[in-house]
Design a protein. Sequence first.
Length: 311
Amino acid sequence: MNKKTLIIIFALCFIIFLVGGCTDDGGATAQTNPFIGGTTGLLLSFVPEAPPEQVFDSGDFPFDVEVRIINHGEYDIPKERTSIKIKGIKPSDFGLNENDFTKNPGEELLGRKKDGQGAILEGTTTYLTFSNFNYLGKLAGNTNYQIFADVCYNYGTTAITQLCVKENMLRDDGIVCRVNEKKTIYNSGSPVHVADFEQSARATDRITFTFRVVSRGNGNIYGRKTNCETTRANENRVWVEVNTGIPGLECAGLSEGTLTSGYVTLYGGERTVRCTQTVQTSVDYVKPISINLEYDYLETISTTLTVKPVN
C-alpha cells in the first residue's frame, strides 16, 4: 500500500471520528427522551346517555351515570388509589344513599408506555357505572340539575437530566461537558413537571443545581396518598425525591423527609428547589440523574340533567 493511499485512509477515518464522536455539548453523551410526555394524567368523561339529557319524575324513569376513565399519562395507579364521587344532587332524591355515590375502579390503571422501538402502548381505559338513579318526587315544571364527578387519584412524575461532573468543577472548559449551564430535562406524561434545571459550580469539589416544580394541568394538587383531603395544610403539596447516585447530595426546601426527599408547597403553581452536590473524582464524566414527584390529583367533570314532570 503506497503512501498516498495511507494518507487517504487516515483522512477518512479522521472525518468519521469527527462526525460520530463529537456532540454539541463538548463531547458529552447525548440524552434522548424516553418518555411520551404531555401534561395529562387521567382523561375523564361521562358516557353518552349516562346520564341522559332528560328524565321524568315520579320514579318512573331509572337511569345510570357512567364515567369513562383513560390513563393518558405515564404513571401506573393502583385501583385503590383512585376514587370517583358523584356530587351536585341529593342521593335520596334519586332513590339512593350516600354510599352509592362513591366507587373505586375494578382494575389497576396502567399508564402509557413507549417500547424499545418507540411505539406507544396505550394506557388503561375503564368504566365506572353508578346504577339505579330514579327521581322519586313530583315537580311543578322542568328542573335542571348539575351532576358532577370528582375523581381523586394518586399520580407521579419522573424527570431525567444529566449532571456535568469534573475533577475540578471550576474548570469549565467545555471538554466532556459544561458545568455552568441550563440542562435539558425530560418529563414523563403527567400534570406536574420539573422545569428549568440549571447547574453551576460552587467550589472545586462542589456544584449546585436548581429546578422548578410546576403545575401544568387544570386540576388541584394535594399531598400524596391523602385522598385529596381538602385542608389548607394538604393543598398544593408535592413529594419530591432527587437521585443523583452520588454520595454527598443535600437539597434545601424539602420538609418531612430526608436530605434528598420531602414535600414542597407550590405557590402560584410552582416552587424552586436548590441542591448541593459534593463530588470527589479524578475523571470528568456526565451522570444521568432523576427527580421523582408524587401527589394526589383532583379533577372534576360535570353535565346537566333535566328532570321533567310526567304530566
